[in-house]
Design a binder for this molecule. Structure first.
Ligand code: SAH
Length: 400
């Protein structure tokens, strides 16, 4: 794509639709846009004005998407050029380097929160993994890659822009090497445990970095407990439970590939394999089987995939969350703990809590809220963008 930044097309919003922009929300939906004058390149920067012609901000134009505009800036004096992105990238990197996350794998850029709507950059030790998820970010692709290499001095950059959301932006899926070769069987270290990372075929960009602090928490509360880890992926919570002194850890995932890595991870960390069992199975079915068998646990972890990818799926997702939580609550011994997560942005923390309350009602037990969880600090949230608060969790204790 050719970058053109000299002539900036002007977009006007419909009357009254500037309110969310005043709240500094980074998106404008298609229905709020009155006129899309003279823009011709998807992703190019446009000047956004209110219906009365007042400056609101500069945004990336995404003609195919319902999210028609994504703001770069609300400051009229800003120039959306290479320097603008360079200093934004510097800021994102310096935020990460100033916080200690006890890991050599971290998210360097987390979309909207870092001022890059639709961009994910994860660092796994010496490897950078990029996801361009909006046409506005795709527009600046070459510039950003160059700047990123300049700032990090890393020599292996891989792209995992192979998610469904690209289609909503009118973009093809893309996956492959940008610079260098992926090292074979490479490993990251987090809170004293090592994990193999499969950047090419793994889920997300290879690992669920957002759960880092919560995995450490599980290590703290697992001692002497019979643990059930549902949706275990490559074993993050399971390994932490073992390291934390769990009596036994049962882990379930539907992905055989993920379980293979989980077993390798257990071995690599010198953890007691005889204290684990890995089940390639459906969690919904397995929980029912355990219920019928009268099995009990002292700690159940539920970290399911995104049941509600959009607002349209909320009702169905709520039923699924209620189902697994109800089953898990029944499997717990008295005094047992339930660490329950939702990574659906469309399910608010309040709604999630209501769903759990409704599960507890049907389970006919009292639960105490011991703790709450969110994504780790390299996944910051923008105060003006509640949609960004996608990962939430609650730690409950079965009381009576
Ligand atoms: N807790 C993990 C991440 C879990 S991601 C960590 O910290 O790394 C969700 C996992 O659920 C994925 O590994 C996916 O393969 C698995 N999964 C999705 N649907 C499932 C189902 N119905 N039954 C079992 N596993 C499922």
């Amino acid at each position: 794509m050719k970058l053109q930044s000299t002539i900036i097309p002007i977009f006007r919003l419909k009357p009254g639709r500037e309110k969310s922009v005043h709240r500094r929300h980074p998106w404008v939906f298609s229905g709020a846009v009155e006129s899309e004058a003279d823009a011709n390149q998807p992703g190019q920067t446009v000047r956004v004005e209110s219906s009365s012609g007042k400056f609101l901000g500069y945004a990336a134009w995404s003609p195919k998407s319902q999210i028609r505009l994504r703001f770069w800036s609300f400051n009229e004096r800003d120039k959306i050029d290479e320097n603008f992105f360079y200093s934004r990238l510097q800021k994102a990197l310096s935020y990460r380097s100033s916080s200690n996350m006890a890991s050599n794998a971290k998210r360097l850029v987390h979309g909207e929160a870092d001022g890059f709507p639709g961009l994910i950059i994860d660092q796994y030790n010496q490897v950078l993994v990029l996801q361009f998820l909006s046409v506005g970010m795709e527009y600046w692709r070459e510039v950003l890659i160059r700047q990123l290499i300049d700032l990090t001095r890393l020599e292996c950059v891989f792209e995992r822009s192979d998610t469904e959301v690209r289609r909503l932006e009118g973009l093809e899926r893309q996956c492959g090497s940008i610079l260098g070769e992926l090292p074979p069987n490479f490993v990251i270290k987090e809170h004293g445990l090592e994990y193999y990372i499969d950047v090419k075929n793994g889920q997300k960009t290879g690992f669920y970095l957002d759960q880092r602090a919560n995995r450490a928490k599980i290590q703290e509360i697992s001692n002497n407990r019979e643990v059930l880890n549902c949706f275990c992926y490559t074993g993050g919570f399971s390994l932490n439970a073992l390291r934390g002194g769990a009596k036994f850890v049962t882990s379930i995932d539907s992905s055989g590939q993920a379980l293979k890595m989980a077993k390798l991870n257990t071995k690599m960390n010198g953890l007691q394999e005889e204290k684990t069992t890995w089940m390639e199975a459906d969690v919904f079915e397995s929980l029912r089987k355990f219920r019928d068998q009268g099995r009990n646990f002292d700690l159940v972890i539920l970290d399911p995939p995104k049941f509600a990818p959009t607002k349209q799926n909320v009702e169905k997702a709520a039923r699924a969350y209620k189902d697994i939580n109800l089953l898990a609550m029944k499997l717990l011994n008295l005094g047992g703990l339930l660490a329950s997560f939702s990574c659906s942005g469309a399910i608010s923390p309040e709604l999630f809590r209501k769903i759990l309350a409704s599960s507890a009602e049907d389970a006919r037990h009292d639960f105490l809220i011991i703790d709450t969880f969110s994504a780790d600090q390299d996944h910051p949230q923008l105060l003006s963008f509640p949609e960004g608060e996608y990962l939430k969790g609650i730690l409950l204790q079965k009381r009576t």
